[in-house]
Design a protein around this ligand. Structure first.
Ligand SMILES: *Cc1c(COP(=O)(O)O)cnc(C)c1O
Length: 406
């Protein structure tokens, strides 16, 4: 018997959500659609298994098969990213960062990271997050003139504050990262370098963006953003740190790994190592550039004047819209974007001055640069106060039919 007869309430929500996803232009930069084969293993018997420990060293019996599964995921992760060691157990990106801090730092050590409101992540030391309460945090910022990182200023800050850990890799920064420069800065102050490629892991695996190897000591990526897998994270490092990372994960931070997610990660990694995935990674960036240029034609101001990645942030400060108002109005016509702070935002984080847009999800649905330009036009029309939203909503629904979720 299926969920339809056993639990019609949840079944209805499932159908409603599938409909919502297929009839929405999804520009939320951190979202993607995971393929059917990943969904298949996510909803499988692997979810029943307790496997505290690591392959060959478990605290429960019955792990011969999941040992092979986890080892397969590890081998695929190392091969795809060119890493010596991979841990695939972290439950998501935020927990993975806390695990990495536990492996590398003592409480009270100094972390240097990009400020949240400039494009960083909560788990990089924001004061509402445990990372900000357990370590001393020094934030670097985006250069107000270029909208980009200023490596000279970052180098100077590192010399002044002597961090034990420097974090590069962001949530709302649209430019390629100069990994050799970050590596050099970290070395010069004897800090470790964490490359948090949560957003761009898939684009780096697909060779569309430069890799943080060999400059970073530890690399972390989520598996559900550009890697198009299940929710989860992978921590990659050299042999020398392998034991510290594994111990900090289990027993340091978590209990049993989610073996069904690890199965999904293994499948996603296999797909990401294929030729088609390289094309996907390149197309995400092409589409983001087209979207950015399309919006600039309608006089929208893009932070840093464009993008090298799959995402961009629109500065709405002079547009008459707050980020929240724009997000809500776009949702009314079936376009999802997320409100975002902009560097030196004059408004509050709950109602900031920007919106963040990304192309990972729509590129999975087959978006082309021409389609991305069309989306720019629909966004501009929606944010015109005189527009008829009912008409636009119909256009969006029609557009979505051309880009089915497969
Ligand atoms: C998304 C993201 C994370 C956290 O991922 P979750 O899976 O949501 O916990 C961490 N760091 C960066 C830079 C991110 O963009």
């Amino acid at each position: 018997m299926s969920i339809k007869t056993k639990d019609p309430l949840v079944a209805k929500l499932l159908i409603d959500e599938a409909k919502r996803q297929s009839s929405t232009i999804n520009l939320i930069a951190s979202e993607n659609y995971t393929p059917k084969e990943v969904l298949e293993v996510l909803g499988s018997v692997f979810t029943n298994k307790y496997a505290e420990g690591y392959p060959g060293k478990r605290y429960y019996p019955g792990n011969t098969i999941v040992d092979k599964l986890e080892q397969l995921a590890i081998t695929r992760a190392c091969k795809l990213f060119g890493a010596e060691h991979a841990n695939v157990q972290a439950l998501s990106g935020g927990p993975a960062n806390l695990i990495i801090y536990q492996a590398l730092l003592k409480p009270g050590d100094t972390i240097m990271s990009l400020k949240l409101s400039h494009g960083g992540h909560l788990s990089h030391g924001h004061n509402v997050n445990i990372s900000g309460q357990s370590y001393k945090i020094v934030f670097y910022e985006i250069d107000p003139v270029t909208g980009q990182l200023n490596m000279k200023k970052i180098a100077k800050l590192a010399k002044d504050c002597h961090p034990q850990l420097i974090i590069a890799g962001f949530s709302a920064y649209s430019r390629a990262i100069d990994w050799p420069a970050f590596g050099k800065i970290a070395k010069s102050v004897k800090a470790k370098l964490l490359a948090d490629i949560s957003h761009t892991g898939g684009l780096i695996a697909g060779q569309a963006l430069p890799s943080p190897f060999p400059y970073a000591d530890v690399v972390m990526t989520t598996t559900h953003k550009s890697l198009r897998g299940p929710r989860g994270a992978i921590i990659l490092c050299k042999h020398a740190l392998a034991n510290a990372i594994d111990k900090a994960t289990f027993p340091g931070f978590q209990g049993g790994p989610h073996m069904n997610n690890i199965a999904g990660i293994a499948v996603a990694l296999q797909i990401a190592s294929g030729r088609k995935f390289k094309t996907y990674a390149k197309n995400c960036i092409k589409n983001a550039k087209a979207l950015s240029e399309g919006l600039q034609k309608f006089n929208y101001k893009i932070i840093s004047d464009g993008t090298d990645t799959h995402l961009l942030v629109i500065d709405l400060a002079e547009s008459g819209w707050s980020g929240k108002e724009a997000e809500e109005r776009l949702e009314k016509v079936g376009i999802t974007v997320s409100r975002s702070t902009i560097p030196n935002d004059m408004r509050s984080p709950l109602n900031p001055s920007g919106i963040r847009l990304g192309t990972l999800a729509m590129t999975t649905r087959g978006l082309t640069p021409a389609g991305a330009k069309q989306i720019a036009g629909v966004i501009a029309a929606t944010l015109n106060k005189k527009s008829n939203l009912t008409v636009i909503k119909k256009q969006v629904a029609k557009f979505c039919l051309k880009y089915p979720i497969k």
